[in-house]
Design a protein around this ligand. Structure first.
Ligand SMILES: CC(C)(COP(=O)(O)OP(=O)(O)OC[C@H]1O[C@@H](n2cnc3c(N)ncnc32)[C@H](O)[C@@H]1OP(=O)(O)O)[C@@H](O)C(=O)NCCC(=O)NCCS
Length: 289
């Protein structure tokens, strides 16, 4: 059976193979990539390495090359993503081989490799020589102030709002001097999926902010604009009397915070391979593929 498999990479220009990939990701990860693709913001930097059997995929790995800023310097990072093997073909070494192919291709093109593992895949990454990391978030007590008007909810399902998010992301300034990722099309992906209902524009500040709140905790996922506004500038637009704590899913060094805390975040299972250029990272939420 395994002899009939064909290794294919870099095949986004083949519509049939792209459709097989979408189908595979839907089966393995229950994620529908088609809205990202049909929105026109699909990112070719998301590079597939797949074993095909006929027209369908048995096992696949993607390497997403990301432009990053680390301690103020430009860096390239390689994120492993979309890793999976059909259930009845597991434990035959397919994911390991594809991971090796992908990382060989990426060799010399990056300054660090990282990924986020589903809980069930943690033993696989250990077996393949990846090292677990502790992820962090930065938190601060919420100021007690009244909300001021001037925030506009965006609907990423509307092309006009999605284009706006992309334009802001393309012109954005790094969210942090310490660790930022600068892929505008990946911001669009998040806007279409997990952050679909959490996108807001503050026109006065020329900023887009992704946030949600639950049980007294305000979680800020990203702040996108040509300038990064300080907490004292943007919080009044999103303030709520029930907020107790604000958590930032990125290094918040540009927000002018007093007394912030960096606390471990569990559940996303980050792993790295070899040296990684950021110690104790707060992985930007919108860097996750
Ligand atoms: C995790 C997954 C990708 C592994 O794919 P696979 O093709 O079965 O992996 P391989 O056969 O290449 O395994 C490589 C090594 O990891 C080990 N391994 C794989 N899955 C394992 C598991 N669930 N528990 C323990 N070890 C595991 C294999 O035994 C092998 O070890 P060895 O080389 O020392 O013998 C696959 O189980 C899968 O698709 N899971 C569902 C989707 C998923 O979680 N994807 C990862 C998202 S981050």
């Amino acid at each position: 059976m395994d002899g009939e498999l064909t290794l294919r990479a870099h095949y986004w220009d083949d519509a049939k193979a792209l459709a097989a990939f979408m189908d595979f990701i839907r089966k393995i990860h229950s994620i529908d990539f088609s809205s990202w693709e049909s929105s026109g913001y699909w990112d070719d930097a998301y590079t597939p390495f797949s074993f095909f059997e006929g027209d369908s995929i048995v096992s696949s790995v993607c390497i997403y090359m990301l432009d990053a800023i680390v301690d103020g310097e430009s860096r390239r990072l390689a994120q492993l993503s979309g890793v999976g093997t059909l259930e009845n073909r597991r434990r035959k070494g397919f994911s390991r081989r594809l991971t090796e192919f992908g990382l060989e291709w990426a060799e010399g093109k990056h300054d660090g490799v990282f990924l986020f593992a589903d809980a069930g895949a943690v033993p696989f990454y250990h077996r393949c020589g990846f090292t677990p990391m502790i992820e962090h978030v930065e938190t601060v007590a919420a100021p007690s102030i009244a909300q001021r008007p001037g925030i506009v909810k965006l609907d990423p399902g509307r092309p006009r709002d999605l284009d706006k998010i992309y334009e802001y992301a393309e012109r954005r300034t790094p969210i942090s001097h310490r660790f930022s990722v600068m892929n505008p099309k990946l911001v669009v992906f998040h806007a279409l999926h997990r952050l679909r209902d959490h996108a807001y524009e503050i026109p006065d500040l020329e900023t887009i902010i992704f946030f949600e709140r639950s049980l007294g905790r305000l979680t800020v996922f990203d702040i996108v604009g040509e300038r990064v506004p300080q907490l004292a500038e943007f919080y009044p637009y999103i303030a709520d009397a029930g907020d107790k704590v604000i958590g930032f899913h990125f290094h918040a060094d540009k927000l002018g915070l007093d007394d912030s805390k960096v606390v471990p975040l569990f559940g996303n299972n980050p792993f790295v391979k070899g040296a990684f250029p950021v110690d104790d990272p707060v992985f930007p939420f919108t860097s996750k593929a």
